[in-house]
Ligand binder design. Structure first.
Ligand code: AMO
Length: 461
């Protein structure tokens, strides 16, 4: 028995040794498996042999020399090959634009090359050959391919450096947001998208078949973040998908967007929430500055804050037509932001104290004036990016406010449960990061700020 075991062990260790040798041999024979260098680091490797991988942006051919521009996420580099190396020259002739290749070559200083260095190609391997492109990555003239066509081929569209930047900025913005919430000891929670009742107003909700019943896609994590506070979490934030059956095809609406929401316990006044949001936004913008992605102006605290009533008075003086006295139209938002920017040199403005008519039933009302809610919006460069409020946490008042708004109390039964067994006073808000990115980068539409936008007609790719 012992003999057998030893034999088995010996066999195993021999196999292992054989395996090691064969992997080594493969590596030596195909040094294409060398460690990859990113293009932005090439300058650190002058006179050395390196391996780079990426998309072939362009090939310029002459009879004796070929220039190949290779692109990875960090930049581009000019690679060259002369006709002296016939087979390599031949191989490069077959490569199409946007193919993915692996190149081994020697780094040389070259004053005439766009980045001051170039790579003399010694070996090239085609990892994936591209077919004829449906849209161009490098547009020949200034007019870009139309947005719908670019969105149809979004994975090619985002190879462009300006499109790539949008998502790098988004990543920084989100890191800044998380840094703030981490510093302030917020808890991240995940909330379901399937709900048994609509989470905001009924009109903009998607219904989905859910086995034998109907479910609704969450229009906001609102009820669940409040539930978490009823559970004693005190400070929570959510990053997640939000669904709105918005029929309007505007530059600011998507049918699915990302919601950044936070909610905190033991706050009574909106200025406490505004203070949190200001710090969070400053942290976001500072992160973009740290990451050196774009030139960015860090907003200064306190952000300008005016009441809805004051806003309407200012707009009236400017002769801007107002349809509702409880809300602002997109034109009013734009105009108000322009006025504030001119007067306070600030791109943000908090609008507070909305009349109850324009706000959901769960917004708390002022004791001294029940027609006004303890709520706010934040406008950034002419567009609403946030809605927030102190919530009504007293069940009887909450129910009365729901009745005032002619809501179906039965469908709110589950929500009302959260307030029955002790619930701290609280408040919070919801932000739309796509809208922040759109305005920060002066994009024409929110769709550009979204990797794969969903709107009234688009469900692909
Ligand atoms: P609200 O409905 O205002 O508030 O949404 C919060 C923020 O989400 C963004 N947003 C959108 N972004 C893209 N496409 C859309 N269709 C869209 N709709 C809204 C905006 C908006 O300011 N429960 C409340 C928040 C709260 O009180 O905590 C809510 O959902 O930037």
């Amino acid at each position: 028995m012992l003999n057998l075991l030893n034999q088995y062990k010996n066999n195993k260790s021999n196999n292992k040794n054989n395996q090691k040798t064969s992997i080594k041999t493969i590596k030596n024979n195909h040094n294409i498996k060398m460690k990859r260098t990113q293009i932005k680091q090439i300058k650190e490797h002058i006179s050395k042999q390196i391996c780079i991988k990426g998309f072939v942006q362009k090939i310029r051919g002459q009879s004796k020399i070929k220039f190949l521009i290779l692109r990875d996420i960090t930049g581009t580099i000019q690679c060259i090959c002369t006709s002296k190396d016939e087979s390599l020259f031949e191989q490069i002739s077959k490569i199409t634009p946007e193919s993915v290749v692996s190149i081994i070559g020697l780094v040389k200083e070259e004053k005439q090359a766009p980045s001051g260095v170039e790579l003399k190609i010694e070996k090239i391997e085609i990892l994936s050959l591209s077919e004829d492109l449906p849209i161009q990555v490098i547009e020949k003239n200034k007019t870009e391919t139309t947005l719908p066509k670019r969105l149809d081929y979004r994975w090619i569209d985002i190879r462009k450096t300006d499109k790539l930047k949008i998502f790098q900025v988004w990543t920084s913005l989100e890191i800044g947001m998380r840094k703030y919430f981490e510093k302030e000891k917020f808890m991240q929670i995940y909330t379901p998208s399937f709900m048994s009742t609509p989470s905001e107003s009924g009109a903009e909700v998607f219904e989905v078949k859910y086995f034998e019943t109907t479910a609704y896609l969450s229009q906001s994590p609102q009820f669940y973040k409040q539930m978490a506070l009823a559970g004693g979490f005190e400070k929570v934030f959510v990053v997640g998908p939000v669904f709105r059956a918005e029929k309007s095809n505007t530059t600011r609406h998507l049918t699915q967007f990302t919601g950044w929401d936070f909610e905190v316990s033991y706050v009574d006044e909106i200025k406490e929430l505004i203070d949190i949001e200001e710090d969070m936004i400053i942290s976001c913008f500072k992160q973009i500055e740290i990451d050196k992605l774009i030139d960015i102006k860090i907003p200064q605290k306190p952000f300008p804050t005016i009441t809805m009533k004051q806003a309407k008075e200012i707009l009236k003086l400017e002769k801007i037509k107002s349809e509702k006295d409880y809300d602002l139209s997109p034109e009013e938002e734009r105009k108000l932001s322009q006025i504030i920017e001119k007067k306070f040199k600030h791109e943000f403005v908090f609008l507070t104290d909305f009349p109850t008519q324009g706000r959901p039933f769960y917004h708390k009302r002022y004791d001294e004036d029940k027609t006004l809610t303890k709520s706010f919006d934040l406008l950034y460069k002419g567009i609403e990016i946030t809605t927030g409020a102190i919530r009504e946490h007293k069940l009887e008042i909450l129910k009365k406010q729901a009745i005032d708004k002619e809501m179906d109390l039965e469908s709110l039964e589950q929500y009302f449960e959260f307030f029955k067994y002790g619930c701290p006073p609280h408040g919070g808000c919801g932000l739309g990061p796509e809208r922040i990115i759109m305005k920060l980068l002066d994009l024409e539409t929110i769709k550009e700020a979204t990797l794969l936008p969903r709107d009234v007609t688009r469900l692909t790719p």
